[in-house]
Design a protein around this ligand. Sequence first.
Ligand code: CP3
Length: 349
Amino acid sequence: MTTSQTPAAVDSPLVRAARGLDVPFTPVWFMRQAGRSLPEYRAIREGTGMLEACRRPELVTEITLQPVRRHGVDAAIFFSDIVVPLAAVGVDLDIVPGVGPVVERPVRTRADVERIRDLVPDDVPDIDESVRTLVAELGPTPLVGFAGAPFTLASYLVEGGPSRNHEHTKALMHGDPALWHDLCARLARISGAFLRVQVEAGASAVQLFDSWAGVLSRADYSHYVQEHSTEALAAVADLEVPRIHFGVGTGELLTLMGLAGADVVGVDYRVSLTDALERTGGRWPLQGNLDPAMLFAPWKALEQRVHEIVEEGRSAPGHIFNLGHGVLPETDPDVVTRVVELVHELSAR
Ligand code: CP3
């Protein structure tokens, strides 16, 4: 299978760092760099629902490009959402502003699970179109495609929406392991197929978001979750793009997340890059890990923290600078731009 990445993007600092190759400077991008922190995003989104916006190529393209133009980041993250492929296979859900994904009928029974079918490329021709247009517009800047990991998707489906304690999810996992595994196997196929569509259309790297995996013990992660994330990441193994695997509060799971087939392990801000390197035995390039709340701190404190992270990253086999989670909506975008400049300046080789 041939893919449509531009040669310059394949040799970009982001892709090189993800492969542990030498780079001219530490590449930097931010989770949720496209979004409500940008006035141009708020303007273009006015009057269009989130799910609808994600399916309109002219909006997806423009919104994905906005932070690249404004901040000079070293990667674009495809503007979409982890629940877009679920909606595309007919799961009745919406993304409620200020809340997140809300599922009309939570998935709890065998009949509920059996209604979840596989995703085929024909379900998302608009995603293919958006990625192709973007890759052409981005030139040398790589596009990062993404999908939600099976556990995080399962949590939204089983709980019916965002959850603090994930109690229904854990009850299903432990109460009916066979049904749990069936659900996660289906979600892994959907996420894998969604990643594949993006890479075949030209994305130069992918990130699997297991945002809520940090609520699991290592034992539960390895018994009930890891194999399914492995399956999702394996779906693009033959396409030879670097795969980043990220979760929030996953300091105890970093090695298992690496072993799931990642090329880069994403680190949130609760664990230093130095500790993350020690925990993972230096086996993987790392991505992270500025606390998004630090973007609200006085410049001197923020500058010091960025400096420390860039320094810590030098000991890793590769380092991609990012936040420990997404840009918060109230963030001053000018501060984000200054951080990009600072990372480039501090890390120039
Ligand atoms: O810039 C980017 O990072 C790319 C776009 C992106 C979005 N969602 C856009 C979005 C990505 C990568 C995601 C993934 C996503 N969606 C995750 C994993 C990343 C993470 O944050 O841990 C999760 C858990 C979701 C589910 C989700 N979708 C939540 C929790 C929310 C926020 C709800 C809110 O309004 O606060 C969404 C909606 C969403 N996804 C928005 C954006 C820009 C906000 C919607 C809006 O602007 O109206």
